[in-house]
Write a protein that binds this ligand. Structure first.
Ligand code: FAD
Ligand code: NAP
Length: 314
């Protein structure tokens, strides 16, 4: 049997929401424990330049997250490398089970598990995952030096990934299902000006094609959603950048949810449908989904948890 560890506030997740909650809960003398999960630092660790974090006109995503972790630790957050595989919110203290074998009990829980990349859901995508199909240009872009690649999607992530890939690839084809991009205008402007980028508007992916031995991508077939016409695109790499879904696995059967699987919180608060359980960041936000808004909600969650605990103790 593993250890049992009790904390007044358990923070699950180590993105901007989790670390900010750690800073505020520590400064409220709550001695929080923060469990990092399998992606210490969260989504910003798979990007390069972050240009909209106030106070830093440009900073690398992983560097920003190292700073946030150092800040949370310096003020007293106990940061633990573990993954919570089960969470029981039916009674207090709440109980979380870590993959390490540790059981965490907590008087209050802050959920900051963020979001994970979406996939198209095709058989051929599954077949070539890790062999030419990726959801992270920062992680895998380097392997495509001098090759043609495709990025699928029309949001900020897709445009940033396409621009990043132009550093390595000979050509980047962005395939989007509509005829306008959802991404910020400043990013669109950079994309349209880049001579290595070609955009295939109004197309969806029919199938990713390639070789079986060795396993590898050679291209894809895209369908024009207006005419039905099929276009073959040659590419050694296909980067899927079609958004993210909230990582709600621990709580989707225990808490009230909003459409899309986001945890529902009370207006102007981070309180969920269970008293003592708070949610912050991309897990609860289907609108803004930014580092700074996630950090803001992390702050709110820690203040809400502090208020909850002091009312309990009265
Ligand atoms: P996340 O960053 O998603 O972190 C979630 C955390 O929860 C992770 O640490 C994970 O390990 C942990 N976790 C999950 N499940 C468990 C579990 N069961 N047990 C323990 N831990 C768990 N936003 C900007 O403002 N500016 C940008 O430039 C920008 N660029 C981006 C680039 C990319 C490629 C992507 C994907 C996103 C970008 N974003 C950007 C969005 C930003 O990254 C997110 O809004 C932000 O990271 C959300 O923070 P979060 O703390 O809610 O969760
Ligand atoms: P997003 O904004 O939700 O965009 C997803 C894109 O994928 C959309 O263009 C969507 O098309 C397309 N798409 C969705 N499902 C698809 C499918 N099945 N097939 C084909 N295309 C599909 O997701 P994101 O770009 O990952 O961004 C997530 C959040 O992080 C956003 O809030 C974003 O602002 C933030 N972010 C910010 C920055 C930054 O500030 N620099 C960088 C990256 C991410 P439609 O447009 O037709 O819906």
């Amino acid at each position: 049997m593993g250890d049992t560890k009790h904390t007044r506030v358990l923070i699950i997740g180590s993105g901007p929401a989790g670390y900010t909650a750690g800073v505020y809960a520590s400064r409220a003398m709550l001695e929080p424990v923060l469990v990092q999960g399998i992606q210490p630092g969260g989504q910003l660790t798979i990007t390069t330049e972050v240009e909209n974090w106030p106070g830093e006109s440009e900073i690398q995503g992983p560097d920003l997250m190292v700073k946030m972790e150092a800040h949370a630790t310096a003020v007293g957050t106990e940061v633990i490398g573990d993954y919570i595989s089960d969470l029981d919110l039916s009674k207090r203290p709440f109980t979380a089970t870590g993959d390490s074998g540790t059981t965490y009990t907590a008087d209050a829980v802050i959920l900051a598990t963020g979001a994970q990349a979406n996939w198209l859901g095709m058989e051929s995508e599954e077949k070539f995952k890790g062999f030419g199909v990726s959801a992270c240009a920062t992680c895998d872009g380097f392997f495509y030096r001098g090759m043609d690649v495709v990025v699928v999607g029309g949001g900020n992530t897709a445009v940033e990934e396409a621009l990043f890939l132009t550093k390595f690839a000979s050509k980047v084809t962005l395939i989007h299902r509509r005829d306008t991009l959802r991404s910020e205008k400043i990013l669109q402007d950079r994309l349209f000006k880049n001579p290595k980028v070609e955009i295939l508007w109004d197309h969806t992916i029919e199938e990713i094609t390639g070789t079986t031995a060795p396993l590898g991508v050679e291209g894809l077939r895209a369908r024009n959603v207006k005419t039905g016409e099929i276009t073959e695109v040659a590419a050694k790499g296909v980067f899927i950048a079609i958004g993210h879904s909230p990582a709600n696995m621990l709580v989707k059967d225990q808490l009230e949810m909003q459409d899309g699987g986001y945890v529902k919180v009370m207006n102007g608060s981070t309180a969920t449908s269970i008293p003592g359980v708070f949610a912050a960041g991309d897990l609860t936000d289907h609108i803004y989904r930014q580092a700074v808004t996630s950090a803001g909600m992390g702050c709110m969650a820690a203040l809400d948890a502090e208020r909850f605990l002091s009312e309990q103790e009265k």
